[in-house]
Design a protein around this ligand. Structure first.
Ligand code: GLN
Length: 188
């Protein structure tokens, strides 16, 4: 199994480190050819507006859309969640929104950089809390009936899955805990 990490902007290096630690040997994805090679993809946190522009500039937006429609397993964290959402409230005009998971998100809904925080996240079926790090994170305003909400913080979904698409509003690559990545690569 070849796991790719979208490496246009943002926290891709840290995801790479966690996945390498799991023995997965991830590859960086910056071109349509590289995207075509992978069986799974992580879309990292960073700045969704910048990633959106770079996806267009690198000719990756349409191929990514096609792969998502074909059921490519994908994990989107923070900005990655925003890109995969069905609806982005307060997105910048023209911002890509792949609609791969039926959630509506509010960009920067948890506040500015200085409002960053961490909180223990209780994930359904996991035996101990995951350390969630939130940095200008999106707030999930609503999740459709087909979305499995695996964790909430103060009643708001923070880890969700719909079919092959998983998203977190927190940054699992910043925790000293590789369970979210392991869960993603071990998904059927
Ligand atoms: N607020 C950022 C955005 O709009 C996401 C922040 C993050 O990924 N840490 O893309």
């Amino acid at each position: 199994m070849k796991v790719g990490i979208l490496a246009l902007q943002g926290a891709f290096g840290l995801h790479e480190r966690v996945l390498s630690r799991l023995g997965v040997a991830p590859v960086q994805v910056r071109t349509p050819d590289e995207l075509a090679e992978v069986d799974r993809l992580v879309i990292p946190g960073g700045e969704s507006t910048a990633i959106s522009k770079l996806l267009d500039a690198n000719g990756l937006a349409d191929p990514l859309d096609d792969r998502l429609a074909d059921g490519l397993p994908v994990l989107g964290t923070c900005a990655g969640m925003i890109l995969l959402a069905h609806k982005v409230v307060d997105g910048y005009p023209g911002q890509r929104c792949f609609g791969a998971i039926d959630v509506a998100v509010i960009r920067n809904g948890y506040g500015r950089q200085s409002d960053s925080f961490s909180a223990p996240i209780a994930i359904d079926g996991w035996d101990s809390a995951f350390p969630g790090v939130f940095i200008r994170a999106p707030v999930v305003e609503s999740a459709g009936a087909d979305v499995e909400v695996l964790a909430k913080l103060d009643g708001v979904p923070v880890l969700c899955r719909q079919g092959s698409v998983s998203v977190s509003s927190f940054h699992p690559e910043l925790a000293d805990d590789d369970r979210v990545h392991r869960w993603f690569v071990e998904q059927e």
